[in-house]
Design a protein around this ligand. Sequence first.
Ligand SMILES: C[S@@+](CC[C@H](N)C(=O)[O-])C[C@H]1O[C@@H](n2cnc3c(N)ncnc32)[C@H](O)[C@@H]1O
Length: 277
Amino acid sequence: MDIDINDKEFGLFQRLIYNESGINLTPAKKELLKSRLMKRLRGRSLTSFKEYYQYVTEEDTTGEELVSMLDCISTNLTEFFREAAHFDYLSEKVLPVVMENKRKKQEKKIRIWCAGCSTGEEPYSIAIILAECIERLCDLDIKILATDLSTRVLKKATQGRYSKDRLKGIPLQILNTYFEKETCNFKEHYQIKDFLRNMIVFRRLNLTDATFPFKGQFDFIFCRNVMIYFDKQTQTELVNKFYKHLASDGHLFIGHSESLASTDSKFRYVQPTVYQK
Ligand SMILES: C[S@@+](CC[C@H](N)C(=O)[O-])C[C@H]1O[C@@H](n2cnc3c(N)ncnc32)[C@H](O)[C@@H]1O
């Protein structure tokens, strides 16, 4: 049975989703919203979007349905070494300077934040670059904080297990060094090795929260292909929070179709999609 969503119902969800996640659904996304939420309605045997809205906002006092609803709404497209130029920039320009500064200050701590990490390909790519560039990883205290709004993607990310088709184009040397090959029901899977997985902490975090619970500052931040779903005001607020939580001279990497040009921030432009505090 198909259930239609009228403009009034769409407006209710539009506001709820904006308030809870910053995701800005334009009227053109009405059919997308409908198709993504349909299985939530069916799962609860509900016959209208109005009933589902009431369930999410009033009847479900646990807040769990809201989390599941946001899981359905978010777009989680990602891949290993997506936007490869960023990883070259990281290994050639950022890491040598970070390492030299740490050496001078005799500091062992390196802190990285991957915000909007989806199913984990991005933070694992960062971890691989660190492992490739830093000779004695074990002498350092490296942590990558990888956060997302969606609990569904975080579960997958924490497992660190990917089917062969997710790893297309990754050089064999990288596969052999950082993944364990497993065969199950004639299908090949690749499991991220523990030493790499242990560098990453996965957490649920909403980037539209007014404040973030971090004490220290990050050496660099990746937040790519997330702000594209936010309006200008939400983008500006987020970018200013990134600024606050970055160490001086720390870099911010954003997605290929994003820019800080129209946000009001103190970041210095380095090159398209790369900024510095
Ligand atoms: C398109 S994916 C980008 C993944 C990865 N950064 C990349 O570029 O490959 C966008 C991610 O942002 C997350 N996201 C959307 N709104 C968010 C919010 N308010 N707080 C945290 N994460 C959010 C989504 O759940 C999704 O996993």
